[in-house]
Design a protein. Structure first.
Length: 353
């Protein structure tokens, strides 16, 4: 768990990742796919932040942009106090050992022409001054840690199952003892018995080495188990971000409520009385998002203002933020009753700007 007195290790402000849409023989730009659109969050040192949302909402793109695997369109990215958002790839190279990634697709992220030992030791070849024997010993230690037989060190990726290939990727990410790891659905390809081992491994490493994780996943039950805070993403924007227990016990955004209503309950009695929130329609295209709130086309509580103005993330409880006009309206009514309109006027000015 994160230390309450710890400082932010990762600070992301106004992150945008647009992919150009081109058309015609001259490939002229005619628009943008707004995969990540003005996302801001912080991750404290030693903390695990979960990033959840349905497929295509921009979770993986956000994780890659934070590590500068993509050059962001706009925004600030600070890791351990160093601004890397505008840094060149050459200047960024010495900082790479501090931040690593476990990729979603183990088939595509492993070189089919390299053995397991060569794949895991590649970061050591690039960034560590170690002898050949020391590298081999480190490879064996990492294979043991992720549940791979040492005798498989000279085999190639195609000889492994999908779950085993993912474990190879995890071992490679851990090779340099990084401070910050982006886990892009690291357990999605693993069977249930191995999932627990990998999650326990990640938690043990975090406790021993003070690691910080951005944990991207569709598995809401696993996110609840491993994460300290959870950010819910929809169509490229953060809909809600809060401490784990507060989010699961009292979700404030209509999309979060619908998302959590789909999680099955292990208790048969609770499951029989659970009310599902069924959303109508499809997710809009990130190339043409709605004018106002991104969720307004599917929201069961939509209001006219939702279709015109994008809501800002408002702190509705200590550490609990939601981007929803329902809470803007509540604050407006409360301020009107108490006569305190300064904050509302300031907020409206910001929206008009």
């Amino acid at each position: 768990m994160a230390d309450p007195t710890a400082k932010p290790l990762v600070e992301v402000r106004g992150l945008k990742m647009y992919f150009p849409i081109t058309s015609g023989l001259l490939r002229r730009k005619v628009g943008d796919v707004k995969a990540v659109d003005d996302v801001s969050f912080s991750i404290m040192q030693g903390e695990t932040l979960g990033l959840v949302g349905e497929s295509g909402c921009g979770k993986s793109t956000c994780g890659r942009a934070v590590l500068r695997l993509y050059d962001p369109t706009a925004g600030s990215i600070r890791i351990d106090g160093t601004e890397i958002g505008t840094m060149s790839q050459r200047a960024l190279r010495p900082l790479r050992p501090q931040m690593q990634m476990v990729f979603q697709d183990p088939q595509a992220s492993l070189n089919a022409r390299m053995t397991v030992a060569a794949i895991i030791s590649e970061p050591l070849d690039e960034h560590a001054q170690m002898s050949r024997a020391e590298k081999l010993q480190r490879v064996y230690e990492l294979m043991d840690a992720v549940g791979l037989n040492r005798q498989f060190a000279n085999r190639y990726p195609h000889e492994f199952s999908g779950g085993q290939r993912q474990r190879i990727g995890i071992a490679r990410a851990l090779a340099l003892n990084p401070k910050f790891i982006v886990c892009d659905e690291p357990i999605a390809a693993l069977d249930v018995s191995i999932q627990a081992q990998v999650v326990n491994l990640l938690e043990d490493l975090q406790e021993k080495l003070g690691l910080t994780y951005l944990f991207i996943s569709h598995d809401l039950s696993m996110v609840r188990h491993i994460c300290d805070r959870v950010a819910v993403m929809y169509l490229g924007r953060i809909a809600e971000i809060a401490p784990r227990d507060a989010l699961y016990a009292n979700p404030q955004h209509p999309y979060t409520q619908a998302l959590l209503s789909a999680v099955p309950e292990p208790d048969p009695v609770s499951e029989s009385t659970r009310k599902r929130i069924i959303l109508q329609g499809d997710v809009p295209s990130p190339a043409n998002p709605p004018k106002g709130c991104n969720f307004c086309t599917r929201c069961p509580k939509v209001m006219p203002v939702c279709r015109e103005i994008k809501p800002d993330l408002l702190e509705i409880a200590p550490g609990h933020f939601a981007a929803c006009h329902l809470h803007t309206q509540t604050k407006t009514v409360t301020a009107g009753r108490t006569g305190g309109t300064g904050a509302i006027e300031h907020n409206q000015q910001g929206e008009n700007a």
